[in-house]
Design a binder for this molecule. Structure first.
Ligand code: ZN
Length: 284
């Protein structure tokens, strides 16, 4: 008899740093818009919300006050939402800026925070993550009981995570987003994803994400392989390869729900999602 399939955990990355309203009019930018998308996507089956903040002019910001408003509104709209905040250094490279959001406390404390264990190129900019900053961000997260969401764009980053585990810098639970298909990093192929999954620490939680036109394909592999998925406008703005139909976050989540149904993967309930990620149960 085959084992029962693991319930699928869908992570939504609704906004990101780079996308703009000019590129897609449905991009949620303000705290109210982000919370509204979270609510809709939670209803469609998304459980984890990977959040970036924007200032009033629409530009990326790392200010704690803005994150506080976003997380506050998200929690108000969906108390069961699993919240992940970005510590990206693409626009704000200093440790002080990147770690501000980790000081959110009480109701606003995030469950997860992003941690990119290496430096890399995006199509038009670099993402610099020095060993010092990776170590300091990881330590700050562990100290506060925030689980690092490791953003993996290449094999060497997985090797570095193993090194950090050996050094005692990282401890379980291990949560990974495997993002393939971004120009300048690992390409989106089934073999690359399979090799990467094989190299993860035992017992890791992993989600497959593809950039741009690779999104749906990588998500499908994640569903089929028994992993989990990340979707959202942060990674891809269109529903089609020809870039004629702008996506919405809800449409992207619904697309995964259909993939899951076709492959007989039930969607995780909020409690199942927390358990699968290794997060403590929620006291509401
Ligand atoms: Zn992000």
């Amino acid at each position: 008899m085959m084992e029962k399939p693991t319930p699928l955990v869908i992570t939504l990355a609704p906004t990101g740093i780079v996308p703009s309203r000019d590129q897609n009019p449905h991009l949620p930018v303000t705290p109210a818009e982000i919370a509204a998308d979270v609510e809709q996507c939670f209803s469609a089956g998304a459980r984890v919300f990977h959040l970036h903040a924007r200032s009033e002019d629409g530009e990326a910001t790392c200010r704690r006050e803005v994150f506080a408003e976003i997380v506050g509104r998200v929690k108000q709209a969906v108390p069961q939402a699993i919240v992940c905040v970005s510590t990206s250094g693409r626009r704000f490279p200093s440790y002080q800026d990147r770690s501000e959001v980790l000081d959110l406390e009480g109701e606003l404390k995030p469950d997860l925070a992003s941690l990119t264990p290496g430096s890399m190129n995006f199509p038009r900019e670099t993402s610099i993550n020095s060993p010092e900053i990776i170590g300091r961000l990881a330590a700050a997260m562990q100290e506060r009981g925030i689980v690092p969401e490791m953003e993996i764009f290449d094999f060497g980053m997985v090797d570095y995570v193993h090194y950090l585990i050996d050094k005692g810098v990282l401890r379980p639970p291990f949560v990974f987003n495997l993002l393939l298909g971004s120009l300048g990093t690992l390409s989106a192929s089934p073999l690359n994803l399979a090799l990467m999954v094989e190299r993860l620490p035992a017992g890791s939680f992993w989600s497959a994400a593809g950039i741009g036109r690779f999104q749906s394909f990588m998500n499908a592999l994640g569903v089929a392989m028994g992993g989990h998925v990340r979707t959202g406008l942060e990674d891809n703005l269109f529903l089609d390869r020809d870039k004629l139909r702008p996506a919405t976050n809800a449409r992207l989540v619904e697309r995964i729900a259909r993939q899951a149904e076709a492959l007989e993967r039930p969607l995780a309930t909020p409690e199942e999602a927390r358990r699968t990620l290794g997060l403590p149960a929620l006291k509401l």
